[in-house]
Design a protein around this ligand. Structure first.
Ligand code: COA
Length: 385
């Protein structure tokens, strides 16, 4: 088996393989889009498997950490079950590291495949269904902000408005070009902006899609930098009452959902989970934002057969407001590769990782890891009354 980066010459073979795997249609554009590259595995000169890597960055602690987004993993049906996907993932780890991507994320249809290579569930992507009565019961803004349709000249301000919110939510992409094309926003059916004194106070993007008698309204972003902006945009959605029974809202800012005071006990949310892997621990730690803690250190032993460059004894050092990982130490806390993603994202604290068999060592040593990511999770009850 030979693994190499694919080029435009491989376009037909790669698209054919993906079409069979995902039952899609063959795209008309080029294989290599700006901000993406990929690997293929060849056997006897035939393309046997493919994997795509997009160049993204995720906000953690307010800093954008470069991330390789894995997608389009497919192996020819005639070659399955002989380790091609495993080999592509191993090669992808090396490639991402070389491209300065210390993190990786993916949406898995086959989680087992990725778990064995060190990815683990680390966050969610969600849509919520908002029935019209809930939108109609949202408090009106004290002073509605006049909205207008977006123009091309608004795009930088629209991105800046998104970033103002996204950089405060761990895990969110920074939507950097070239992987994200800002101009594409204007292809949506509804793009309205709320002008403010300095840039935009908010914006809303939505598309009309099939479903039911009258179709659906899918709101991709509802972003407001303050409560009045969010209430103004929510009120604008209520104008669809009569025509639509509900609106679908992608949860970009979880705070918006909390403004829907009329939310009953139960409501519909569609959750997709994403998996994360730390590709290069020292580089990922250096790129992330961290809270200012007192000086401290944790001695780690990283167990990672697929990323040997960061496996073994490592010391996480908090010193004078900065955090770094350097080789050495006693290995007091043993972290398995699959613990790194959910720890880094804050999805799991060390207690949960320990119960999952992914972390060992004295809890007193591990405590700094929890303080750093401040991972409270969702406050929870398992008793109903
Ligand atoms: C999933 C797919 C890429 C696996 O390719 P493959 O070359 O056969 O995989 P490998 O032989 O390298 O096996 C990798 C591991 O994943 C496991 N695995 C593979 N397919 C699996 C499946 N459908 N369900 C559960 N586990 C699976 C294997 O058991 C193996 O485990 P091991 O390392 O412990 O032996 C291939 O079946 C495929 O193209 N499927 C259709 C497209 C798809 O679902 N892609 C994944 C998108 S997220």
């Amino acid at each position: 088996m030979h693994i190499r980066e694919f080029t435009e010459d491989d376009r037909d073979a790669v698209f054919r393989l993906r079409k069979v795997a995902f039952n899609g249609t063959k795209p008309s554009g080029p294989l290599l889009r700006p901000g993406s590259h990929g690997l293929l595995a060849e056997i006897d000169g035939r393309v046997a498997g493919v994997l795509g890597i997009g160049s993204y960055a995720q906000f953690y602690g307010g800093a954008a950490v470069p991330m390789g987004g894995i997608g389009g993993v497919a192996v020819d049906g005639a070659y399955r079950g002989r380790g091609i996907a495993n080999a592509l993932l191993d090669a992808a780890l090396t490639t991402m590291r070389e491209h300065g991507q210390p993190l990786s994320a993916l949406y898995a249809t086959v989680p087992t495949l990725y778990r064995r290579r060190g990815w683990e569930r680390a966050g969610v992507f969600e849509w919520v269904e908002l029935p019209m009565d809930r939108l109609l019961s949202v408090p009106k803004p004290a002073e509605p902000i006049p909205s207008r349709p977006a123009e091309k000249s608004d795009l930088p301000a629209l991105h800046e408005c998104y970033l103002e919110v996204a950089r405060t939510i761990d895990g969110m992409a920074d939507r950097r070009p070239p992987r994200f094309e800002l101009d594409k926003v204007l292809e949506m059916d509804l793009v309205s902006v709320l002008p403010g004194p300095n840039g935009l106070r908010g914006y809303l993007t939505a598309t009309r899609e099939p479903g039911g008698d009258m179709g659906r309204l899918k709101v991709h972003d509802l972003i407001g930098v303050d409560v009045e902006a969010q209430l103004t945009l929510l009120a604008s959605l209520a104008s669809w009452a009569g025509l639509l029974e509900a609106v679908d809202l992608r949860i970009t800012d979880p705070a918006t959902v909390n403004l829907l005071g009329g939310t009953p006990l139960r409501y519909s949310v569609w959750t997709s989970t994403w998996m994360q892997r730390v590709v290069d621990l020292p580089a990922a730690v250096a790129a992330r934002g961290w809270p200012r803690l007192a000086n401290a250190a944790v001695d780690l032993e990283v167990v990672d057969d697929h990323a040997p460059w960061h496996a073994g004894l490592q010391r996480l050092v908090v010193e004078d407001g900065s955090v770094r990982v350097e080789p050495g130490g006693t290995g007091a806390v043993r972290l398995h590769a699959r613990a790194l993603g959910p720890w880094f994202s804050g999805a799991q604290n060390t207690h949960a990782l320990r119960r999952a068999g992914l972390l060992e060592g004295d809890p007193a040593d591990a405590v700094v890891l929890d303080q750093l990511t401040a991972s409270p999770g969702t406050p929870r009850l398992a008793d109903f009354f």
